[in-house]
Write a protein that binds this ligand. Structure first.
Ligand SMILES: Cc1ncc(COP(=O)(O)O)c(C=O)c1O
Length: 359
């Protein structure tokens, strides 16, 4: 069997070099005589892996000592609850920019903890978009402001982040490590690993240390950021194998260079959007042009039947997982860091052929 071009939204394609190295080290990690999966999370070998994963992330994103880099479990969905549990005090207000399905889910969980203000709400608009900076109505004295940097389902992305007085919290699940940005603008960043960072099962949290101290005393131990800061993500058993793969991915990103990857991501997305815009209406992009995501390219065809045919024929041609999210339909090509340019070129060529035959 040969590897297909995988456009899955997450879990998503991983760099081939990472998979090959993991394969080579799977049964016997160098110098250990066993798999990394079989060794203690408190041993020297695993410790070096976790330290390197943290150090690589710090280097790649310029994360200062004011922030902790944590590897947690429960996915980004657990962070929807942990963020307000730790940062939203009784009587406080949290501002949420509602840009789509993922921001809505985050806000829904925050409402269970305290008061939520929608600083802007374009979650139901079609074409899809993220709020403009000038339409954000922020609450003076808000506990924090929450954004979703990339709406994976809608295919929309913040190109510029708001300047906020309150700590800015971002769900960066689907675009972390795809572009350089200033971490210092944020109070807390979280991301499920399964798109740009590694396998599912690891959640990255980058949190300004002073914010973690805000959690109420009554909050359960595992739900407190402070616990994981105090124990360097080793309070309980972390997902060691996932963190090992994440470390290999950060090594790979360092070797590529984050700026280079960013440039390549923009080029990949531009090729697909050009194929959509140049199709004389055969393909229609679903996001407002200024908000088009460089990670998830979403579009529609003339009918659902034609979309089904598109997905089936693409799959047969080795271009897989192009079906849009079940809640919105259409087509979605997820083109994260590990998606090679050749995959995008193959898809562009397939799209042109398909339009010619069916237009
Ligand atoms: C932007 C965004 N936030 C949150 C989630 C949920 O992540 P998890 O499955 O890790 O809980 C996803 C999953 O696709 C996502 O794309």
């Amino acid at each position: 069997m040969s590897r297909v071009y995988n456009f899955a939204a997450g879990p998503a394609a991983l760099p081939l070099e990472v998979l090959q190295q993991a394969q080579a080290e799977l049964v016997e990690y160098p110098g250990l005589g066993m798999s990394i999966m079989e060794t203690s999370h408190r041993g020297k070998t695993y410790d070096a892996i976790q330290q390197e994963a943290q150090a690589n992330l710090r280097e790649l994103l310029g994360i200062s000592d004011d922030y902790a880099v944590l590897f947690l479990q429960g996915g980004a969905s657990t962070q929807f609850s942990m963020v307000p549990m730790n940062l939203l005090p009784p009587g406080g207000v949290a501002d949420y920019a509602n840009s789509g399905a993922w921001a809505s889910k985050a806000a829904k969980e925050a409402k269970k903890v305290g008061q939520v203000n929608f600083a802007a709400d374009c979650s139901k608009e079609i074409p899809t978009r993220v709020p403009r900076l000038d339409e954000l109505r922020l609450t003076p004295g808000a506990a924090y402001v929450h954004i979703t940097s990339n709406e994976t389902i809608a295919g929309s992305q913040w190109k510029e982040f708001p300047q906020t007085e309150a700590p800015l919290v971002a769900d960066m699940s689907s675009d972390i490590l795809s572009r350089p940005f200033d971490v210092n603008r944020f109070g807390l960043i979280y991301a499920g690993a399964q798109k740009n960072l590694g396998p599912s099962g690891v959640t990255l949290v980058i949190v300004r240390k002073d914010l973690a101290a805000r959690a109420p005393e009554t909050l359960g131990t595992m739900f407190r950021y402070q616990t994981h800061i105090d124990h360097d993500s080793l309070y309980n058993t972390p997902p060691t194998f996932g963190i090992y793969i994440l470390m290999l991915v950060t090594r790979w990103v360092k070797a590529q260079g984050l700026e280079n990857l960013y440039r390549r991501n923009v080029e990949k997305a531009a090729k697909l959007y050009a194929a959509i815009d140049g199709s004389e209406g055969f393909y229609k992009g679903t996001a407002v042009k200024e908000c088009r995501s460089d990670m998830n390219v979403t579009f529609r065809l003339g009918s659902e039947d034609l979309e089904k045919q598109f997905v089936a024929e693409a799959t047969a041609a080795g271009l897989t997982s192009l079906k849009g999210h079940r809640s919105v339909g259409g087509i979605r090509a997820s083109i994260y860091n590990a998606c090679p340019v050749a995959a995008v070129d193959a898809l562009v060529s397939f799209m042109a052929d398909f339009a010619k035959k069916n237009g």
